[in-house]
Design a protein around this ligand. Structure first.
Ligand SMILES: [Fe+2]
Ligand SMILES: [Fe+2]
Length: 200
């Protein structure tokens, strides 16, 4: 009995440690948070490129699109305006906005189609190239993030706002996906489990 209690206590303390490690992750500054998003999307693109399964492709493409929509939205709502205010660098800011717009169009096309579309892989390849270029513009030596670091931007405060908004947007999209699943006929729902909505 005593041993069981000790074991349970050990488990709880591990859980607490994990939770506080999670807490530290949530307190990333703005740039660390945005860079972590970039790495996550790169990983998803790599997985897309290395799979042959259509249902896996569609699931990964939906995850890429979802992650990019949330990421570009939190940048556009929170980080970019703060960057523009602190640096007045309209060149970098406007180019980034225009690149987001270009990606949005392609994301909408990918979301509306599927692997049976002859151009599906090509669209994903072009999206990945666009994003690679855009990420480089943000992360390169004299790019947006470097300029933000040397400005007076409150990167810690912005990091908290970005994390908060990101979690709101992700839970919104999770709820929408749940509602879609409810509305799906049984036969399509089964297919979706192996594909589109699996990680939505
Ligand atoms: Fe970004
Ligand atoms: Fe961006």
């Amino acid at each position: 009995m005593a041993r069981a209690r000790k074991k349970a206590a050990r488990k709880t303390s591990t859980r607490t440690k994990r939770a506080s490690a999670g807490g530290r992750t949530r307190q990333q500054d703005a740039i660390a948070l945005l860079k972590a998003d970039h790495r996550q999307v790169e990983e998803l693109f790599e997985q897309f490129q290395s799979t042959r399964s259509d249902s896996r492709k569609q699931s990964l493409a939906q995850q890429v699109c979802q992650a990019l929509k949330v990421h570009t939205q939190i940048e556009a709502e929170i980080f970019y305006p703060a960057f523009l205010e602190a640096t007045a660098d309209t060149d970098i800011h406007h180019e980034a906005e225009v690149e987001h717009d270009g990606a949005k169009k392609l994301i909408a096309e990918i979301e509306a189609s599927g692997p049976d579309d002859e151009y599906y892989d090509a669209k994903m390849t072009v999206l990945s190239e666009m994003i690679k270029h855009h990420v480089n513009e943000e992360e390169k030596r004299d790019g947006m993030f470097a300029e933000a670091r040397s400005s007076k931007m409150d990167l810690k405060g912005l990091g908290e706002r970005l994390a908060q908004r990101k979690s709101e947007l992700m839970s919104d999209s999770g709820m929408r996906a749940g509602a879609r699943r409810q509305a799906e006929p049984q036969s399509r729902r089964r297919r979706a489990v192996g594909g589109v909505y699996v990680n939505a």
